[in-house]
Every structure is written in C-alpha cells, then in structure tokens.
Write a protein that binds this ligand. Structure first.
Ligand code: SF4
Length: 146
C-alpha cells in the first residue's frame, strides 16, 4: 500500500483551495494501491489558508526546534505543522504502507526542495516537516514533482 499527498490524488486541499492531480497517483488510487492524506488538513488548517514556508531551515530543523513555519501574514504555524506531521505518520503506520508519495516543494510534503521562507518563489534544498518526520521514522519517501 502507498499513502500519497491528497492534493496529488485530486483533493482540493492546497492553501488556495486547489488540487494538483498527478496521473500516476490518481491511477494508483483508482486501482486500490494508494490512499490519500493531507497533513495540513489533518492539523485542522482551513482551506483556503495563507501560504506558509519554513524560515531559515527545513523540516529537520523544525523537528529539532531550530526553525519555524510561518504563513505569509507572519503568523507562526509551527505547532499546526508538527501536529499534522505526527497525525500523517500515525495514519501511514495504521495503513501499514511501505511507501509514501509526497508532493514536491510543500512546507509539509516537500521531499528534496522547498521554498526558502521569503515568499519570493525561491527554492532551497530540504524537506518539509512531514517528510522529515517520515524519514526520521524510517519510512520510504518518494518525491512526486508537481
Ligand atoms: S500538505 Fe501535502 S497533501 Fe496537503 S495540500 Fe500541501 S502538499 Fe498537498
């Protein structure tokens, strides 16, 4: 079983209320090989919501308290992002999934590149908070570029 970022499967859970359907993910869900989950929705964040980015670090830095997640209005949403990551991890364990497919560039799901916290569209290397927690927990993560 695969758990995939919900927006990749067509769920309109992104910050702006849109989805980012990916043909491979949609097919895997249709064939019963994948289920969907969104850490930010699991954290109770509203749809739509202001975009958020990790400041001065990546998901691993957030996990150890050396960086935070802030939305474009300047509000700290670190607690919510950590809560969503923990709930997502619990869901992955419950399903027994052996692989997680995550959407690129998200401050939660990003798995290689994320935005740099300046809201200027600038990317930096690193993982989102959920991705970092999954990797720390020994779960196989695959980055889906969208
Ligand atoms: S948190 Fe992940 S699943 Fe949810 S909208 Fe962002 S990229 Fe998609």
């Amino acid at each position: 079983m695969i758990v995939a970022s919900a927006c990749l499967g067509g769920k309109k859970c992104r910050y702006d209320g849109s989805a980012k359907p990916n043909a491979e993910v949609v097919r895997a869900v249709r064939e019963g090989r994948a289920v969907l989950a969104c850490p930010e929705a699991m954290a109770g964040l509203k749809i739509p919501r202001p975009p958020a980015e990790i400041r001065e670090g990546d998901g691993f830095d957030v996990l150890c308290g050396n960086a935070g997640v802030y939305n474009k209005e300047g509000e700290c949403v670190t607690r919510e992002f950590l809560s969503g990551a923990r709930k997502f991890l619990a869901y992955v364990r419950k399903t027994g999934a052996d692989e997680v497919w995550l959407k690129s560039k998200s401050p939660s799901c990003g798995a290689g590149k994320i935005y740099d916290g300046t809201f200027t569209g600038t990317l930096r290397g690193g993982c989102g908070v959920t991705c970092a927690l999954l990797l720390e927990s020994g779960i196989k993560v695959v980055e889906i570029h969208e």
